[in-house]
Design a protein around this ligand. Structure first.
Ligand code: DGL
Length: 285
């Protein structure tokens, strides 16, 4: 038994979709979340830059004596997970393998489409992870970097989330614009005949309802739930799960100077009130 916190980081607040799944599956665990919002998005950055950021944040979180680390950002997982695992001795989990496991589990026709940032798509990390599990799977890799901005703009424009998802009203101007702008992208998925779509970016689960309207009858998976289940397994295996009487705490750090905005948007995604976020200047990392 070990009541120390689990560290978790993302390029911003999107990784709170992963934190939410962890709080659901592992309610006795304390979390220390770091959102690198000032340097978001990671998606268009180079591998070296993202690796530097991920190493800085891991060193920062280690000051708090964390017992395990979750890299909740797909781009950071693609660009830094193996290096972080080699460099640091605590258990470190990324989000790409869990997303791959979930996709293989649910796909019947073994045709899987990946929607992610440019960085994640260019790394082919999901393709490698899926074909390592089942070499017969066929993968369509589709970069949708604009979805990150869309989600952020919508959340800032005061949209409320229903259980962590943006509610879709098919007659709304927003949905019509989305459908029109991205029809080609969704046609690609339909033409490929994928039966399963992996939302390989922290922000995309928030618009899951939009996507399922445009590609109906497909299974849409993301890494969050499977990551939380894998984390549970890992903590059990290492005998470091928190006890039932643990006094659970959630702490938040962000590189955004607008900590109020982080609290407001983050609370919608986490489905829990975030009232206290500490600002960290990335120059001091
Ligand atoms: N967190 C990133 C990811 O999951 C999305 C936002 C970004 O590009 O930084 O890939």
């Amino acid at each position: 038994m070990d009541n120390k916190a689990i560290g978790i980081f993302d390029s911003g607040f999107g990784g709170l979709t992963v934190a939410r799944a962890i709080t659901d599956v592992l309610p006795n665990e304390s979390l220390i979340y770091f959102g690198d919002s000032q340097r978001c998005p990671y998606g268009p950055r180079s591998k070296n830059e993202v690796l530097d950021f991920a190493t800085q944040i891991t060193n920062f979180l280690l000051q708090f004596n964390i017992k395990a680390l979750v890299v909740a950002c797909n781009t950071a997982t693609a660009f830094s997970l193996s290096e972080l695992k080699n460099k640091f001795s605590i258990p470190i989990l990324g989000v790409i393998e869990p997303g791959a496991i979930a996709a293989v589990k649910y796909s019947s026709n073994k045709k899987i489409a990946i929607l992610a940032t440019k960085g994640t798509i260019d790394s082919h990390s999901y393709k490698h992870a899926i074909t390592k599990i089942d070499a017969k799977c066929k993968i369509a890799e589709i970069a949708a970097p604009e979805f990150v901005e869309l989600v952020e703009n919508e959340l800032k424009a005061n949209s409320n989330l229903l259980n962590g998802y943006l509610d879709v009203k098919t007659n709304s101007a927003l949905f019509k614009e989305f459908a029109c702008k991205y029809q080609i992208l969704f046609d690609q998925i339909n033409d490929f005949d994928a039966d399963t779509i992996v939302l390989g970016c922290t922000h995309f689960p928030i618009i899951k309802n939009f996507i399922s309207e445009l590609v109906p009858n497909k299974t849409i998976v993301s890494s969050a739930k499977q990551l939380a289940l894998d984390l549970d397994e890992e903590l059990k295996k290492l005998n470091i799960k928190a006890g039932n009487c643990n006094k659970v705490s959630y702490e938040f750090f962000t590189t955004s100077q607008n900590t109020n905005q982080f609290c407001k948007l983050g609370s919608k995604i986490l489905c829990k009130e975030i009232s206290n976020v500490k600002y960290i200047d990335p120059k001091n990392l």
